[in-house]
Design a protein around this ligand. Structure first.
Ligand SMILES: [Zn+2]
Length: 396
């Protein structure tokens, strides 16, 4: 079947995604990916001046080699401006991916590497939609195409995206992981913190009683969080969230009572109030643990928290026009749309926070961030149909 009379060139779409997945480009090193997309657009006749990069990479913690890439296409028919977007970076395990086709899937022939379909498949859906319009001269309302940087390390590209160059889209669609029928209409907010624990160093054999072990403080606190149900999956009455101490560094040698531990932890919940409660419980556990360990002169260690909100939770309205448009596109492609809420951040979190309600769609990625990552080709083709439909349909 065709959508709106337009059927994408699937062979070309698969070539694009295969080439994109083979390009190394972890967060902060998306330059080659941005160049590839730029060259394809130029080859389709887009003047270089219409393809812009913002300066987001100068404001992100990792100073990347490119900013977000934006191509603004004026319309030749009436209709609300729509934004099609996807992130260009992959997690580091994807660097060195060598995509090959295996029956209905694309996988990495290098089994030590993940494929990178997250999110080069999204990049390909957005790029393919642009190329179809340009090469075939399809009628289209105003469209903004955007490829973001540094999604995987904390949504930094979307956070620092220069919204002035997007030209105020009224509908917004973001392709990221998962099935083509899945529409992500909400996501948790996330908070990360560094926890610094200072103890008192002392000789572990000669005078252990004079020391205060930072490792013991950290361990007691984590044990208390686990026992109290505040670590990992958290269910308290009707409230839900997650927390994780994801890194633990400290100590040098066995003969010194360790005086310095640094932990990195995170907390997530759809409910900002509950997320704050989780953070409070984490802080309380560490402060209490620090008070429990004293040396022979009654001295104790100290704990310091340094945290920040990575992104706020969001939930789109039930009748949000972008959600309804995406549902319409899935139905027209022969699928059954499923609304979902993500347990992690998406570029959409920052788009929504900046006033652009954005629905996220999958494009066939399976087992993202793992060596077994695969791209389901039929699924990806459906996503390409949807991309072209959303880019060209006047009424959305
Ligand atoms: Zn992703």
């Amino acid at each position: 079947m065709t959508l709106n009379g337009h059927k994408p060139n699937f062979r070309r779409a698969i070539d694009l995604v295969t080439e994109l997945m083979a390009l190394p480009g972890k967060s902060g090193q998306e330059g080659r990916v941005a160049n590839y997309i730029t060259e394809k657009l130029q080859a389709a006749g887009v003047p270089r001046a219409m393809i812009r990069r913002d300066a987001a990479n100068r404001r992100t913690p990792v100073r990347g080699d490119t900013g977000n890439l934006v191509f603004v296409l004026p319309g030749n028919i009436q209709g609300p401006r729509r934004l099609l977007m996807a992130h260009m970076d992959t997690v580091p395990i994807c660097v060195g991916s060598s995509p090959v086709r295996r029956s209905g899937f694309i996988v990495s022939s290098n089994s030590q590497r993940a494929l990178g379909a997250d999110d080069r498949a999204g990049c390909a859906v957005v790029l393919n939609s642009a190329l179809e319009i340009l090469e075939r001269g399809l009628p289209h309302p105003p469209v903004t195409f955007c490829w973001t940087i540094q999604e995987e390390i904390g949504l930094h590209g979307a956070r620092h995206l220069n919204h002035a160059i997007l030209r105020k889209p009224k509908r917004a669609f973001n392709w990221d992981g998962g099935s083509w029928e899945k529409l992500t209409v909400g996501a948790t907010g996330g908070y990360r913190m560094a926890i610094k624990i200072r103890g008192i160093a002392s000789h572990a054999g000669g005078a252990p009683e004079r020391g205060v072990s930072a490792i013991a403080i950290a361990s007691l606190a984590i044990a208390e969080l686990v026992r109290g149900g505040w670590h990992g999956q958290i269910c308290k009455g009707s409230k839900r969230g997650t927390s994780n101490v994801g890194s633990f560094h400290g100590g040098e040698t066995t003969n010194v009572v360790s005086d310095d531990v640094e932990l990195k932890a995170e907390a997530r919940s759809h409910d900002p109030q509950f997320r704050k409660r989780i953070l409070k419980e984490i802080e309380k556990a560490f402060v209490r643990a620090a008070g429990q360990i004293k040396n022979n002169s009654g001295q104790s260690g100290s704990v310091d928290f340094d945290g920040r909100l990575d992104y706020e939770a969001f939930q789109l309205q039930k009748d949000d026009p972008s959600v309804l448009a995406a549902e319409q596109a899935v139905v027209k492609t022969g699928g059954q749309p499923v609304r979902a809420v993500a347990n992690g951040g998406l570029d959409a979190n920052w788009m929504v926070a900046r006033g652009i309600p954005t629905v996220s769609l999958g494009c066939g990625q399976i087992n993202q961030h793992m060596t077994g990552e695969a791209l389901d080709i039929e699924n990806f083709k459906s996503a390409c149909r949807i991309g072209l439909f959303l880019a060209t349909q006047a009424k959305l």
